[in-house]
Ligand binder design. Sequence first.
Ligand code: HMG
Ligand code: MG
Length: 297
Amino acid sequence: MTLPSSVKIVEVGPRDGLQNEPGELTVATRVKLIEALADAGLRHIEAGSFVSPKWVPKMAGSDQVFAALKARPEVTYSALTPNMQGLEAALAAGVKEVAVFGAASEAFSAKNINCTIAESLERFRPVASAALDAGVAVRGYISCVVGCPYQGAIAPQAVVEVAQQLLDMGCYEISLGDTVGVATPNRIGALLEAVQRKVANQQLAVHFHDTYGQALANIYRALEMGISTIDSSVAGLGGCPYAAGASGNVATEEVIYLLNGLGIAHGVDLAALVQAGAAISAKLGRDNGSKVGRAMG
Ligand code: HMG
Ligand code: MG
């Protein structure tokens, strides 16, 4: 099987990671992390969320984060926007790429965004349309693509249906999220086979959490199947506030180490990334969740 020659990394640590870290988190800490990630060569960084601060308090002040970031034409900073209120706040903050986030599980949709899957898609449609009118690109997430903490196993067809609707409303990329990290490579293979019948590889990303230590194996399987966009989180930060037991995303350091070993281009300076991961781990007073970060730090 031919692996891709280069991979796009979408760094989600400052959003998916920090949204669920306990302890003190200032705007200055968030900005410092994001700048360090951009300095390390990351070109797609999810920098915040325009969601209800009652639901996700750690992402409050995302407008201030965006205001403080140095302009770097080569870097795309994106943010989550679950509804029109979020999109309007993101546009006011000058955000150039947004993401809507749905699920393949009804139970998770209710817990995470307080509506059914169908309602969420209805809600996303005007968000995507207004974003595109404003010249802002839209990414679409699907959570719980293999398993749900509340509902159990999820059928690939449920993912395909949501993916098609997200593409129809103008999302340029669909990130397939194993929110609780329960997937194994055979399940990812079956999922991708089903999704690839309807969606081109260039429009797909994989988003693995490492709760059961399967993320790298799943990434390898996805690479073998032609996927070349990978979401990851520096130092393996975070989890999901509405998925009990979910650990952080696969650590970006682990993904870069794997890609280096496979000779796949990615544009990231691993040593600088390791330093960024060590610094945020120290600042948060937590163990570094990246094995590569611990080995090289
Ligand atoms: P709701 O309570 O149904 O919303 O929440 P509502 O429209 O009835 O509004 C209720 C209150 O929220 C109002 O304020 C609104 O103003 C406010 P109040 O009158 O009570 O003072 N509100 C907002 N405030 C700021 N920004 C907004 C906004 N919208 C409403 N955009 C809602 C619905 C979607 C807002 C809520 O459920 C929410 O914010 N959920 C966010 C959950 C979240 O961010 N989860 C984590 C991200 S998803 C994830 O991590 C998975 C992913 O990584 C992929 C994977 O791993 O699978 C992407
Ligand atoms: Mg996630």
